[in-house]
Design a protein around this ligand. Structure first.
Ligand SMILES: CC(C)(COP(=O)(O)OP(=O)(O)OC[C@H]1O[C@@H](n2cnc3c(N)ncnc32)[C@H](O)[C@@H]1OP(=O)(O)O)[C@@H](O)C(=O)NCCC(=O)NCCS
Length: 149
């Protein structure tokens, strides 16, 4: 038998998988920085696309996208559960998100990459621009990519 595969589902706040998505985001992206659960949600949560990778009701990865205008927006809250990191789930999530964005006519994606994760996004075709900055207390870089139309 091969490895169990994942389902990829776009959800919204209120979906049955949303609380599990928030818990994953807290554990992977906020708890290691000493932040509390109330620091997990963004103000544009409801306006964003939420793509989750799951096995049944177990959410193992996610990536979000906030549309900022008719052709572009910000990828954020990219997270893979620790025991599955390095097995291409992150790359699969970004590819699946980008395919949906192309269908929606989005041509430009930007993101705030933690400095240590810049090579992950570079492999996916994103490029660094502008100066380094600090966010959630750690160094970040602005990155962007034009999607094929
Ligand atoms: C960053 C993260 C989302 C990457 O997902 P992943 O499933 O572990 O990564 P993948 O296995 O899909 O990696 C894809 C490629 O990027 C490379 N890569 C992944 N993380 C990397 C890193 N930190 N540094 C260098 N290369 C990295 C992989 O080696 C792989 O290379 P390949 O194309 O030659 O095989 C995941 O490790 C994670 O959740 N980390 C903690 C949270 C975090 O930092 N999120 C990003 C905030 S900006």
């Amino acid at each position: 038998m091969g490895e169990a595969d994942f389902e990829f589902t776009f959800i919204q706040p209120g979906h049955a998988l949303y609380e599990a998505e928030l818990e994953l985001r807290f554990r992977v992206l906020r708890e290691p920085l000493g932040h509390t659960r109330d620091a997990v949600k963004f103000p544009f949560e409801a306006q964003s696309l939420h793509l989750v990778a799951h096995q049944g009701d177990s959410v193992l990865g996610c990536v979000l996208f906030h549309p900022e205008d008719s052709h572009g927006g910000r990828l954020f809250q990219m997270a893979v559960t620790p025991h599955l990191q390095g097995q291409r789930l992150g790359a699969r999530l970004v590819h699946a998100l980008e395919a949906e964005l192309v269908r929606r006519g989005v041509t430009h994606v930007h993101l705030h990459a933690r400095q240590a994760v810049v090579p992950f996004y570079e492999r996916l075709g994103y490029s660094v621009y502008a100066e380094a900055f600090t966010e959630v207390g750690i160094p970040h870089r602005h990155m962007e990519k034009s999607l094929a139309t």
